[in-house]
Design a protein around this ligand. Structure first.
Ligand code: NAG
Ligand code: NAG
Length: 463
């Protein structure tokens, strides 16, 4: 855009010199034409850089802080003392990696990944210049001063009350293994709900869907599994509908569960569970499109692929329509969002509680085909980029009034003590050219890059 302005200058050169004017006009026109030709070829050459430039231009100065690339070097200390069994099993050799350190409960770097209570974010304290800053990985306190318990979370924005509701797994119980080969777990306590107007100060609204303590046949019986609750509001029925992953402790039930409430703060009434479209269903999310149609997205066929299908108009069930997407790619933890008519999805690999590389996928139609665009992570260090900053995607929140800007919500799971898992919230920006050739579209990247920028501390632009 700037280039075109430059070119305009010579053509509007003032002309007052009578007969000489025509010569000078011709000369200037010629110069202008050649300049335009040159700039045009320059512009088409630098098309890739052009996208980046446009992003920075449209986002300045509001977004400068969000897209700053922050490198972070973490020194691995020499081995000292005992390794925890988990770390020792993973890598019996002497050299350790950052991932080993992350998984080692006795690591000297523990405080880097799981900073202690002293550094907790407490929005009720007078934070001075630190107000509204996110510190990814630090303990985050609610308005009562207790650590927020909303893991594998989802976000509902209620437009009438301009309030955000954050739902997630309330995991404030002991971590244990149900049997030798079982994954680390916490008994179901329920779905926690927190409300906020500023996305920083969170009020505990209580457990809006509670575990069943006695009836062993109930889906919500405490020894079962409830993960990744997501709530959507249905305009037609005026109800809040919660979808979640329901499983037994061995993850063989592989179902979705549905609950309903008249209020965002519950209590939610649990309705039923099922295998959607008769398939196994584990990590899942719900995406509500602009036209009011909501979709269930779930990992299926033993997590080897994702399935996407619309819900019924009351959001209480799936229809019989579904598509298999990202077949054979083994992705989980899907988080969907839409930007300028294109659907984007962040997913993780399947490595249990251990972190792995995030990938972004894009599609023109929500039912696919979906294209894999690559790793969105920018900044941090090589290992943290390959581990989604030691976390796993769970949701992406659009920021009203800031087009192209989102908050990426992820969980930094702590398998040694799951209740102490941390929240990694980072700015996610759509813009600039994609950096991986695609399968369709003759390999040409059709969509903008999705970038998640690492920050030790950051905050939203003041509104
Ligand atoms: C806040 O920032 C201002 C300007 O940078 C500085 O003068 C002031 O000392 C800071 N206050 C605190 C409490 O850090
Ligand atoms: C889970 O697996 C273990 C070991 O295979 C078994 O003993 C237990 O009965 C299983 N539990 C359920 C609820 O299927």
């Amino acid at each position: 855009m700037r280039m075109r302005n430059k070119y305009k200058k010579p053509t509007t050169f003032p002309c007052n010199a009578g007969s000489r004017c025509s010569t000078s006009t011709v000369v200037w026109s010629l110069v202008g034409f050649l300049l335009m030709l040159h700039l045009f070829s320059l512009f088409s050459h630098k098309d890739r850089a052009g996208g980046q430039m446009q992003l920075h231009k449209s986002h300045q100065p509001l977004f400068r802080e969000l897209v700053e690339v922050e490198e972070e070097n973490i020194q691995i200390p020499p081995p000292k003392g005992k390794r925890s069994p988990r770390a020792a099993k993973r890598r019996p050799k002497r050299t350790t990696t950052l991932i080993d350190e992350f998984l080692d409960e006795n690591s000297q770097l523990r405080h880097v990944f799981f900073p202690n209570m002293k550094t907790a974010i407490d929005p009720m304290k007078d934070n001075g210049n630190d107000s509204f800053y996110y510190y990814p990985g630090r303990i985050w306190l609610d308005t009562d001063g207790a650590p927020i318990q909303a893991h594998g979370g989802g976000m509902l924005y209620d437009e009438t009350s301009r309030t955000y509701y954050w739902y997630g797994e309330y995991k404030d119980g002991p971590t244990y293994h149900a049997h030798k080969k079982g994954a680390a777990r916490v008994d179901i306590i329920g779905v926690g709900c927190y409300s906020s107007k500023d996305l920083w100060t969170w009020r505990n609204e209580g457990i809006v869907l509670a575990a069943e303590e006695i009836d062993e046949t109930h889906d919500l019986y405490k020894l079962n599994v409830l993960e990744r609750p997501k709530v959507v509001y249905n305009e037609k029925t005026g109800k809040y509908v919660m979808w979640m992953h329901i499983d037994d402790c061995n993850y063989t039930k592989a179902s979705i569960g549905v609950a309903i409430s008249d209020y965002p703060t519950g209590p939610f009434n649990y309705l039923y569970s099922k295998q959607p479209h008769t398939f196994d269903s584990r990590d899942m999310t719900i995406f509500k499109d602009d036209d009011g149609v909501a979709y269930l997205v779930y990992s299926s066929e033993d997590n080897s692929e994702l399935h996407i299908g619309p819900l019924t108009s009351d959001y209480l069930d799936v229809t019989n329509v579904y598509r298999r997407v990202l077949v054979g790619q083994h992705r989980e933890a899907p988080a969907l969002f839409k930007h300028e008519g294109t659907y984007y999805m962040v997913t993780s690999g399947c490595t249990g509680w251990a972190p792995n590389e995030a990938l972004v996928h894009a599609a023109e139609l929500i039912m696919g085909p979906w294209e894999t665009m690559g790793n969105p992570c920018i900044g941090g260090n090589k290992v943290s980029r390959l581990t989604t900053f030691f976390s796993q995607s769970t949701n992406v929140i659009p920021l009203p009034g800031l087009p192209g800007s989102y908050i990426f919500m992820a969980d930094r799971w702590n398998p040694a003590d799951l209740r102490d898992s941390r929240y990694i919230w980072l700015p996610l920006i759509v813009g600039g050219p994609a950096d991986r050739p695609l399968d369709y579209n003759f390999g040409f990247p059709l969509w903008s890059r999705v970038s998640i920028y690492w920050h030790k501390k950051w905050r939203l632009p003041p509104r």
